[in-house]
Design a protein around this ligand. Structure first.
Ligand code: ARG
Length: 587
């Protein structure tokens, strides 16, 4: 079932062909898109403007010609020319009714699998050993999971990969801390907190004291050369970290297909560096091995150069330190090989904060130089800010742990449930609070533009009004309450869906557009497009519900409205599920 925008694009293409315009342009016909301002139509095309210019024609006249040739029967009213040459389309009530009728029997709610799909590896969450997941990991975990859900739904073969940080310098620091500063009682009480304390303590010491730094390095080297004591301690640290992380993943309903730590790639690092040296991609510099620019790219595009005082200077990517240790980048290069050759990925997304953007630009440049054609993309995101608009600190221990954030969200959601519906059974109230609380944390994240920083606010996140999970869940719950009052859901068919009221039309059109929005998310990896859509749908539903009685209406309105409520209910539930949110049936 083609979407309205696809159908309009097809008919526009036909009209252009009739006018002999399809071959004049190398580029394909610009698609018809949903109108930003629906007062003048539901969809808009700028084809006339795009085509008129190179032909030296008047865009408004060309638009009129196109309209003259365009067959819109069964789809929309006569299109109109607007402004400098836009063509506006208003879909007919019959076409909307027909699509709503189709949606009623379509499990996928009109969303077709993509015509070309790929094996898509998504690297997300990726916490570090000896550190509990903190609020900073929330963005990667929640955005990555949402992208994985949507990509799977659209037919891609998704590999969710948790690339945990379990190797390198920090491991030596925790080992040294364990051997010299362990508080056994605290460890017995809360192992992950004690590991974090040790890590932070020793990290600070070794930043200022070269002796301590040397001792930590010794521990790292011992671990990496297979010392049994260090190995078994290290395994314990991983177990502790991952069991804490797993509790959170379970609570968030997040699943990985592979969890390969950085350590997994260690055996490949030595030969990889040798290979890069042999190929002349890497070279020695001051005892270290680095990859320098080969000046193939424009300096501005080259991540291996940096501009200082008007001059372009080398910004090499280090892959082996002077002391022989390997770097974060070395592991990431080896990881690409594994993902491409063994996991057969043809696209890799890294859902990692934007402070690592230079690292990824360098990594992708190294991959390009090595002839790797797999599409690599850094899906970067900004910081979470506190009330003071300063970033939550990550290493100082002042950062709230993710588990605590979820607990508090659920406690606050529980207060809403107690106020709204205190007579529900205790167990159900707690289940609803969990769903709303966890949903609110996820939604607060996913409704933000990914690349900007955002301020973390309990009040905003849990407000019943506004672009929030509780607002959306409230709309869903309202749809469910209608169906609890119905003994039997009437069977609807094309004959008894008749769209007459504005509020019906607005909501019906929104429902028809679900299939246009979901694939858009993957174009630039922006879950907030789906969140915004659901917010608008929830608003449409609330105003529809206020203006249009459902169960007491006469036919065919009653049947039409039940069909609209049912579809709205399914789209809300499905859309929320793509965001990783499971709404309760009542609240
Ligand atoms: N463990 C890293 C961190 O917490 C993130 C890893 C991201 N993935 C990667 N392939 N580098 O900073």
């Amino acid at each position: 079932m083609a979407t309205f925008s696809q159908q309009l694009t097809q008919r526009l293409t036909n009209a252009l062909a009739e006018l002999g315009l399809e071959n004049t342009q190398q580029q394909s016909v610009p698609a018809v898109t949903a109108a930003a301002d629906t007062r003048f139509g539901d969809y808009q095309a700028n084809a006339a403007m795009a085509l008129a210019k190179p032909l030296g024609k008047n865009p408004r006249e060309l638009a009129a010609q196109i309209i003259g040739k365009m067959d819109v029967s069964g789809l929309c009213e006569t299109p109109e020319v607007a402004g400098p040459g836009f063509i506006n389309f208003r879909i007919s009530a019959e076409a909307i009714a027909a699509r709503v009728n189709n949606l009623a029997s379509d499990e996928r709610l009109g969303v077709e699998p993509e015509s070309s799909t790929s094996r898509l590896l998504i690297d997300f969450s990726s916490p570090n050993v000896a550190k509990p997941m903190h609020i900073g990991h929330i963005r990667s975990t929640i955005i990555g999971d949402c992208l994985a859900r949507i990509a799977r739904f659209l037919g891609h073969d998704v590999i969710a990969d948790n690339h945990i940080g379990d190797w390198g310098t920090p491991m030596g620091q925790v080992l040294y801390g364990w051997k010299n500063h362990l508080n056994e009682a605290d460890f017995a009480d809360n192992p992950i907190r004690e590991l974090l304390r040790l890590y932070q303590l020793v990290k600070q010491q070794s930043d200022t004291d070269p002796d301590i730094a040397a001792k930590c390095l010794e521990e790292t080297v011992k671990l990496q050369s297979g010392d049994p004591d260090n190995l078994s301690l290290w395994k314990e640290f991983i177990d502790i970290t991952m069991s804490g992380a797993q509790d959170i993943y379970t609570r968030l309903d997040i699943h990985f297909d592979t969890t390969l730590g950085e350590s997994f790639y260690d055996p490949h690092l030595k030969p990889l560096v040798e290979e890069l040296l042999k190929e002349g991609i890497a070279g020695e510099s001051d005892g270290a091995i680095c990859i320098f620019s080969n000046n193939e790219l424009e300096p501005k595009q080259d991540p291996l150069l940096v501009q200082r005082d008007g001059e372009w200077l080398p910004a090499p990517c280090m892959i082996r330190k002077k002391d022989g240790g390997f770097n974060y980048a070395t592991t990431d290069i080896a990881t690409i090989d594994y993902r491409v050759n063994e996991l057969k990925a043809d696209e890799i997304l890294y859902v990692v904060d934007d402070r690592q953007s230079l690292h990824f630009r360098q990594l992708f440049e190294v991959a390009r130089r090595r002839g790797i054609s797999t599409s690599l993309r850094h899906v970067a995101f900004g910081k979470i800010l506190g009330d003071d608009r300063k970033p939550f600190k990550t290493r100082e221990g002042t950062v709230p742990a993710l588990g605590d954030v979820l607990n508090e969200a659920v406690d606050r959601a529980r207060r809403i449930v107690d106020e709204k519906n205190s007579e529900l059974p205790e167990e159900e109230k707690q289940d609803i609070a969990e769903k709303i609380g966890v949903g609110a944390v996820k939604y607060a994240e996913l409704s933000q533009a990914r690349s900007s920083d955002y301020v973390f606010s309990w009040e905003k996140m849990l407000a019943l009004q506004g672009n929030t999970a509780p607002y959306m869940i409230n709309a869903y719950v309202r749809t469910r309450s209608i169906f609890r009052k119905l003994d039997t859901v009437p069977q609807y068919s094309l004959e008894n869906i008749v769209i007459s009221e504005d509020a019906e039309r607005t909501m019906a059109m929104k429902l028809c557009q679900y299939a246009e929005v979901v694939p858009q998310v993957l174009v630039d990896y922006r879950p907030n497009l789906l969140a915004t859509y659901l917010y608008e749908l929830a608003q449409n539903f609330h105003s529809f519900y206020e203006q249009c009685p459902v169960l007491n209406a006469g036919e065919p309105s009653r049947c039409t409205r039940i069909a609209l409520c049912d579809t709205a209910s399914r789209v809300l539930r499905h859309g929320l599920s793509l965001l990783g949110i499971c709404p309760p049936e009542r609240m």
